[in-house]
Design a protein around this ligand. Sequence first.
Ligand code: ADP
Ligand code: TRP
Length: 324
Amino acid sequence: MRVLSGIQPTGRFHWGNHFGAVRQYIDLQGDPDGAFYFIANLHALTTVRDANLLRQYTLDAAIDLLALGLDPDRATLFVQSDVPEVSELCWLLLTGTPMGLLERCHAYKDKKSRGLGSDAGLFNYPVLMAADILIYDSDLVPVGEDQMQHIEVCRDLAASFNHHFGETFVMPKAKILDHSARVPGVDGEKMSKSYGNTLDVFEAPATLRKQIMRIKTDSRPMEEPKEPEGDHLFQLYSLFATDLQRDEMAALYRRGGFGYGEVKKKLAEAAVEHFAPARERRTELESRPEQVRQVLGDGASHARKKAAEVLRRAQEACGVKPRG
Ligand code: ADP
Ligand code: TRP
């Protein structure tokens, strides 16, 4: 069984990325052949249009992942563009992709509905993602809820290729974590870089505390009992709390007689403590970029072997290479 996932290098990781995606990568790693994780720089190119920045973000993402616990002895970590076979498979898949399928995909649809210009890269984004998944015979794809639609597209494309050309691709499944599938941001909306409402994993503690104290809350009086479920401050606290702490906080909400400031202080304490070891590891890794590049290089060599095998299978199936 192979687990695979990719994350875009579009800036520093926030709590949504961590609890929605990265934490699952770490939990699911076991042996390097069973867990493939990559930094999706080709996808990021649809938004990051500054070459040096993209290079920096790519290295940063690698350092962040390693600092958070991704272990090169238990997972293969690489950069998407270091496996050029993916772009080739993307073309094979594009030839059988109905336009209507991509027109329904949210990244493109949202941009279009806001009257913004979009390019063919964004339109075809889900097909490149399908190639990423299928080229490693992936079984399980841990992602946040918002990627579910893209996994469905991938499954559609795999099924239609298999149907047309014969059994070629393994059918992948998404793996979504329920309670943190949608981490809220400081304004209560989904936490996302594009909404400017993030709390970053590697934020300096003093800045993080300030940002947490500014989290939006309602203005109901302190005495009034409040329902914890659905409250974004409570949801954020729950990310770090043990079951017992969570139950105690829920009881406090239902009883009333507390201020949100108290909850924010507890949240800040818990978050700073939670990420302290990762912050330390990050500082250390930052001073050894060559070692990080080595990890990525080794990862790419390993991933390419598998990719070449599956690409060849697909090329033979659709007739662009002679049958082996
Ligand atoms: P952003 O929305 O900030 O640009 P990305 O789209 O780069 O984040 O997401 C990277 C990964 O993190 C994806 O697997 C995505 O599903 C997950 N993710 C992003 N934001 C959240 C969130 N608020 N809650 C849960 N998971 C999230
Ligand atoms: N689209 C994903 C995101 O924005 C990143 C990604 C690219 C990915 N290729 C993938 C995730 C393949 C899982 C599998 O988060």
